[in-house]
Design a protein around this ligand. Structure first.
Ligand code: FE
Length: 182
């Protein structure tokens, strides 16, 4: 009986831990509900520009995005490997945020990681993609979010190629590709 009681207690504690820490980190103090100007890099302008943060309610995002985009960008979802539009996409251009259109990654920094997700060794500029710790699923990973709308993009890992050694593992559904002429 005592073993059963201990087992139940451990299970209860694990469930409590899970419920506390597995929630998507939607309450980002830095992003949520705070409008205002930020400085980001614009590929089209070839330099830094000032832009307004994009702040919308869940209902507004739902109207604007597809179900898949909403799940990934606003609910920290992850698409299955090898199912997205861009994991094997090799055109020359810029990948922008599917939520707000901010420039995020250049095709020049995309590489074949073999993971089934679009992978880049660096963003367009450090100002455009923010990193925050993500403690869901019992492990701490570094989540990548759009600096303008706070949309979830993916995660960054330390097993990328030179020159940065970083792997920005991004969901295709968080991106929209725009072709560049040169
Ligand atoms: Fe965005």
């Amino acid at each position: 009986m005592r073993i059963l009681a201990i087992f139940t207690a451990v299970l209860g504690a694990a469930a409590l831990f899970w419920m506390t820490f597995s929630k998507p980190a939607t309450g980002d103090d830095e992003m949520q509900g705070i409008a205002g100007k930020i400085r980001v890099y614009s590929v089209e302008d070839g330099g830094y520009i000032g832009t307004e943060r994009v702040v919308k309610s869940d209902a507004e995002w739902k109207k604007l995005l597809s179900d898949r985009q909403y799940h990934i960008l606003r609910e920290q979802g992850t698409e299955r490997a090898f199912t997205g539009e861009y994991w094997n996409h090799n055109e020359h251009g810029v990948y922008r945020c599917a939520g707000c259109g901010l420039d995020l990654y250049l095709s020049d920094t995309k590489y074949k990681s073999g993971t089934g997700w679009p992978s880049f060794y660096q963003p367009v500029a450090p100002e455009n993609v923010k990193i925050r710790p993500d403690s869901s699923f019992f492990i701490t990973r570094n989540e990548l979010i759009c600096a303008r709308c706070g949309g979830h993009l993916g995660h960054v890992f330390d097993d990328g190629p030179a020159p940065t050694g970083k792997r920005h593992c991004i969901n295709s559904a968080s991106l929209i590709f725009y072709k560049l002429d040169k």
